[in-house]
Design a protein around this ligand. Structure first.
Ligand code: TYM
Length: 334
């Protein structure tokens, strides 16, 4: 709980290329809504990104893009703190402490580790393995109450809760056990090409994934190619993964519910539906793209934002870390 009695939210996003429509719907749009009710802290997690090989120049520019994109998506620095993870050293420091209360066995059960180590079999580094500990540190460094994420992060959050609980048992009640905030609709936006798989920027097929900086023609082309089914009915039903996904996306960008969408498209074909979804998404993203271009061009403004916000985050997390150090028996440095 934060000082003003409001609950505290923490979440993060990796700067590994432009955000996808999945990131936008599953996470960032909730981050934006939650700002009014909670004290929110959001981070561009560049330290997580280096668990897979990155080109240094690209990582630097992707990190600035990600920061500017969050602002362009409506994260408001008058309401929220937004910082770059590597600017706030307490995350790495707390991560080390927490790694000593995390069990090897529980890390081996992380499905994301299994997936990523299979995909990057030439570089199964220790960071990839201990990634969830750093994620726990991100959250616990602020004693966050709530963590808004997509469904794919649920297991990592459970681990963060277990690590916090174990620490509390060993050293006395201290960490808040963070709750996941996973929206009912949109928590898992699926690939447009294989709608049983989540939409991911690392997918090799570029048609599977909408990037939020894609231009209108590209967005419409990708939706036109979206894989659906052999029926002709636009309704939300088990087994209609492709249509369910398109309905979810359309619902999230227009605010219409599934019944309204079914009525709107009664008697109309899939081609028509896909085109309408594509146009609606492009229209929804247009102001975000314009705002991004404006903010990203102003390097001085961006720098002021990320430096002042990192200072705020450092101050808050330093208070937590100092208490942790005292609890575990480290000698005070001052
Ligand atoms: P990342 O960068 O992969 O994704 C950022 C957020 O987007 C959500 N997301 C999706 N939601 C719905 N449908 C999809 N297809 C989709 N793809 C991604 C993710 O669930 C996530 O919420 N480990 C995290 C970053 C992180 C973090 C944290 C999150 C680091 N520290 C602390 C919360 C708290 C990750 O890799 O997210």
């Amino acid at each position: 709980m934060s000082e003003q009695g409001k609950k505290l939210i923490f979440s993060g996003i990796q700067p590994t290329g432009t955000f996808t429509l999945g990131n936008y719907i599953g996470a960032i749009s909730n981050w934006k809504t939650l700002q009014d009710e909670y004290n929110c802290i959001y981070s561009v997690v560049d330290m997580h990104a280096i668990t897979v090989k990155q080109d240094p120049a690209k990582l630097r520019s992707n990190t600035l893009d990600a920061y500017a994109l969050l602002l362009a998506c409506g994260i408001d620095l008058d309401k929220s703190i937004v910082f770059i993870q590597s600017h706030v050293k307490t995350h790495a420091e707390l991560s080390w402490v927490l790694s000593c209360t995390t069990q090897f066995g529980e890390l081996t059960r992380m499905t994301q580790f299994k997936d990523k180590s299979a995909k990057h079999s030439d570089d199964v580094n220790a960071g990839l393995f201990t990634y969830p500990v750093l994620m726990a540190a991100d959250i616990l460094a602020y004693n966050a109450d709530l963590v808004p994420v997509g469904a794919d992060q649920k297991q990592h959050l459970e681990l963060a809760r277990n690590v916090a609980q174990r620490f509390n048992q060993r050293y006395g009640e201290f960490f808040t056990l963070p709750e996941p905030y996973i929206a009912e609709v949109g928590a898992k936006i699926m690939s447009l090409q294989e709608p049983t798989k989540k939409m991911s920027k690392s997918d090799e097929n570029p048609n599977s994934c909408i990037l939020i900086l894609d231009d209108k023609d590209t967005i419409i082309r990708k939706f036109k190619r979206a894989v659906t089914d052999s029926e002709a009915e636009i309704c939300y039903r088990d087994g209609k993964d492709g249509i369910n996904n398109l309905m979810t996306i359309y619902s999230m960008v227009t605010g219409k519910n599934f019944d309204e969408i079914t009525k709107e498209f009664a008697g109309r074909g899939y081609g028509d539906f896909k085109l309408t979804v594509g146009e609606a998404v492009a229209e929804h993203l247009r102001p975000v793209q314009e705002e991004f271009a404006r903010i990203r061009a102003d390097k001085q403004y961006l720098k002021e934002c990320y430096t002042s916000n990192a200072e705020k985050a450092l101050k808050m997390s330093q208070r937590v870390l100092s208490k942790v150090y005292r609890k575990i028996g480290f000698v005070d440095a001052r």
